[in-house]
Design a protein around this ligand. Structure first.
Ligand code: GMT
Length: 380
């Protein structure tokens, strides 16, 4: 099939899922066209079935805000028409789903029928989408999509709860490529970070408030009172300087490294003993899944879809949001040398259930359904 994928090109989860989906589909012989404002961060290999179309936004003195959505619609129309796309797949509702609706209407005038699939990723519903400055557009564009997916059952439920949705929302979980995300031998790296064989704890996020990175530092601070450990923080974002201040206040700076945005995260995960994700909201937790694939057990909050990923007591633990003491207690349990090998194995076993080859066919089936105009179930 010929699929247009509209996504954010950044390191964030929705862009990563969109890019990894496009790559997996291209490997299976589909023709994939990425439409976004810059090269997606994970679009890092050549495949003859992959094309990237950049959305150019022209500046003009009249514009206080650049009309990105209009430029995006025009690019979608152009690509859909000339590449004869079978489907447009919008990742993240704002503004991609509404832009896709507009593109579909423009194409319809020329008798071109291009169905739209919208994938809801999380904050497009749970945070930004609910805001009244966006909510009517989010509801409308979900209801106008030919197929709608959510990355967890929890996100699906929350979407029905907060919006007036008439469409069936299908749950298609995040996935992981186990060829890339697997435990690799990087012992030299581990020795450099942990010269005295300390435990290595890792967190990875975009450092938004919703990620509660400060909780990660507080958990680490308490953990270190019991066992020797180092903390690696991957990613960057608005909370970074507050987190740095906290490290200074707690006197933990020598044991914490800020690695910033990274591409080869699997190399760091390969030497980690425990991954922390204490988020306030988390529709699925892709970063946690990638850690598990590298045999790293996860302690997370119980927010959103995280309990759908973790098997409590096997691949890690979920604890109430903000319950730092519970997370410390569970971390000590996992890191006990008698338990750690079982949790590492449990993490990998769980990750295998979200392997790319199991999940991508669900998207292919949905594309087939919308391209062949088979009816969507309507909620009564
Ligand atoms: O985690 C983020 O803040 C990035 C965000 C995004 O949309 O780029 O990630 C969301 O989508 C990911 C992929 O589907 C999910 O795994 C994340 O859980 C979700 N983040 C939140 O819900 C906060």
């Amino acid at each position: 099939m010929k699929v247009g994928i509209i996504c954010y090109p950044t390191h964030g989860g929705s862009g990563v899922v969109a890019t990894e989906l496009g790559k997996a589909l291209a490997k299976k012989g589909h023709q994939i066209h990425f439409i976004t404002y810059s090269q997606p961060s994970r679009l890092d290999f050549f495949n003859e079935n992959l094309t990237y179309h950049q959305v150019d936004v022209r500046t003009y003195p009249l514009f206080q805000y650049q009309p990105y959505e209009s430029a995006l619609v025009s690019k979608m129309v152009d690509v859909a028409k000339y590449e004869e796309l079978d489907v447009l797949h919008a990742h993240y509702a704002i503004p991609h789903a509404s832009a896709a609706y507009m593109a579909k209407q423009i194409l319809a005038v020329e008798n071109i029928h291009t169905p739209i699939v919208t994938t809801l990723h999380g904050t497009d519903i749970t945070l930004v989408g609910k805001d009244k400055s966006f909510a009517p557009v989010v509801s409308f564009s979900i209801n106008q999509s030919d197929g709608v997916t959510a990355v967890s059952q929890n996100l699906r439920d929350e979407t029905y709860e907060h919006f007036d949705i008439t469409k069936e929302i299908e749950v298609i979980h995040n996935f992981v490529d186990l060829d890339r995300f697997r435990r690799q031998s990087k012992e030299h790296f581990k020795r450099a970070i942990c010269p005295n064989d300390e435990y290595l704890i890792t967190h990875m996020s975009n450092f938004r408030r919703v990620k509660r990175v400060a909780d990660t530092v507080r958990i680490f601070y308490k953990l270190r009172q019991h066992i020797p450990a180092k903390l690696l923080l991957i990613g960057d974002g608005p909370e970074r300087s507050n987190v740095e201040d906290l490290c200074r206040q707690l006197g933990t700076c020598d044991d914490i490294r800020f690695l910033g945005k990274m591409d080869a995260v699997e190399e760091v995960l390969s030497v980690s003993d425990l991954f922390l994700m204490p988020s306030e909201k988390e529709s699925f937790g892709l970063a946690a899944l990638e850690a598990m694939a590298c045999e790293v057990p996860v302690i997370s909050s119980d927010a959103g879809g995280l309990p759908e990923l973790t098997i409590n007591g096997k691949s890690g633990f979920v604890c109430p949001v903000g319950d730092i003491d519970a997370m410390v207690e569970k971390a000590l349990h996992i890191l006990n040398p008698d338990n750690l090998p079982h949790f590492k194995q449990g993490a990998l076993e769980r990750a295998k259930e979200f392997e790319v080859d199991l999940i991508v066919p669900q998207y292919e089936a949905l594309y087939e359904r919308v391209a062949n105009n088979l009816p969507q179930a309507v909620i009564t």
